[in-house]
Design a protein around this ligand. Structure first.
Ligand code: COA
Length: 328
């Protein structure tokens, strides 16, 4: 068994072409561009319009790009972990569909459900597979077609979410790579953020459809408070236990749920806004895809040796952080 760390060797992404602007949302619900931008930082989000395409389609596209950048053939992949709360089906897993479509003939794969923290949970899971020596090359994907579970008559949620996928290839590192992670979970029995129906507790029925129970519901104010505390706390926790000060960190890579949550996290950990990756204005909250979308958008700026703190908060409730040293 080796004890090698894992590092990211390729990043890919897929964003649908269709741009849903704040102006278009004004035609659907009682809202306005100024409210959305000032309360969330979002100007537009992407929507996968084709009803025949869903999360596996986006995950496949992102995976192919990540593999190409890494110079890794799909047949070399040992395992595929896909974080999503909008799988194509309850089963089979989205990872199984992607395994077949990209030709990852020797890989096993599974989906991981941790909502907006999903990519970080998946990244650390893939990292541990490599650290244990059980896997040499792992594909980690965060992908969500949020438009499939958003209620476009609910102005408090429909303005927030978009569709996208991001993927990374993990391989053994000689130095740097994924150094540490911290994850937390606190069962959301109060249903602050959840999809009421479609699971085994409330399977689809006329009643669940009529009451729009297959769409996500959120107590925005409570989630906002929890997310602001959780993202800042977990970012500080991982920095303190690795003796990192704000000046040591090259980039904070926060989950993109709300610009005010991102800014509060940056303030708490002592990072100026020019060291924080923010692209929420273009994509909104794409759930498991936000963090790889940031890595993708910033990849030309990342230098070997840069210390990155990735942090997220989401439904579950789940929150977590990953400390990695960029080394590609
Ligand atoms: N357009 C216009 N007004 C809106 C609106 C919209 N889209 N959505 C809500 N409002 C109204 C509310 O009805 C409320 O009106 P009232 O004061 O007359 O009751 C007012 O705006 C303020 O609502 P509030 O919920 O307090 O706003 P907020 O500042 O908390 O912002 C969210 C709402 C959803 C943007 C914010 O709570 C949030 O980002 N929550 C966390 C989201 C999140 O992180 N979710 C995923 C976890 S990863």
């Amino acid at each position: 068994m080796s004890l090698k760390r894992a590092k990211i060797t390729g990043v890919g992404r897929y964003v649908p072409e269709y741009v849903l602007t704040n102006a278009e949302l004004e035609t659907l619900v009682d809202t306005n561009d100024e409210w959305i931008r000032s309360r969330t930082g979002i100007s537009e989000r992407r929507i996968l319009k084709d009803p025949e395409k869903a999360t596996a389609f986006m995950a496949e596209k992102a995976s192919r790009e990540a593999l190409e950048e890494a110079g890794v053939d799909a047949s070399e992949i040992d395992a595929i972990v896909i974080a999503t709360v909008t799988p194509d089906y309850i089963f089979p897993a989205t990872a199984a569909l992607v395994q077949k479509r990209i030709g990852a003939t020797k890989a096993y794969g599974f989906d991981l459900s941790a909502a907006c923290s999903g990519f970080l949970y998946a990244l650390s899971t893939g990292g541990m597979m490599i650290e244990s020596g059980r896997a040499k090359k792992v594909l980690v994907v965060g992908a969500d077609k949020m438009s499939a579970i958003v209620d476009y008559t609910d102005r408090t949620t429909c303005i927030l979410f978009g569709d996208a996928a991001g993927a990374v290839v993990l391989e053994e590192a000689d130095s740097g790579g994924l150094i540490d992670f911290v994850h937390h979970t606190e069962g959301d029995e109060d249903c602050m953020l959840y999809q009421p129906a479609g699971g085994s507790l409330r399977p689809a029925s006329i009643e669940t459809v009529q009451n729009r129970m297959h769409s996500l519901r959120q107590d925005g104010r409570s989630v906002f408070k929890k997310a602001t505390e959780g993202m800042a706390d977990v970012s500080l926790e991982i920095m303190e236990r690795n003796n990192l000060k704000g000046d040591d960190v090259a980039w904070l890579v926060p989950h993109q749920a709300n610009l005010r949550i991102i800014n509060a996290t940056a303030r708490r950990v002592g990072l100026s806004t020019d060291k924080v990756m923010v692209n929420i204005d273009k994509y909104g909250n794409t759930t498991a895809a936000t963090i790889p979308l940031c890595l993708y958008d910033w990849k030309d700026k990342l230098k070997n040796g840069d210390k990155l703190i990735l942090s997220a908060f989401g439904g579950g409730l789940t929150w977590g952080a990953v400390y990695l040293e960029w080394n590609k």
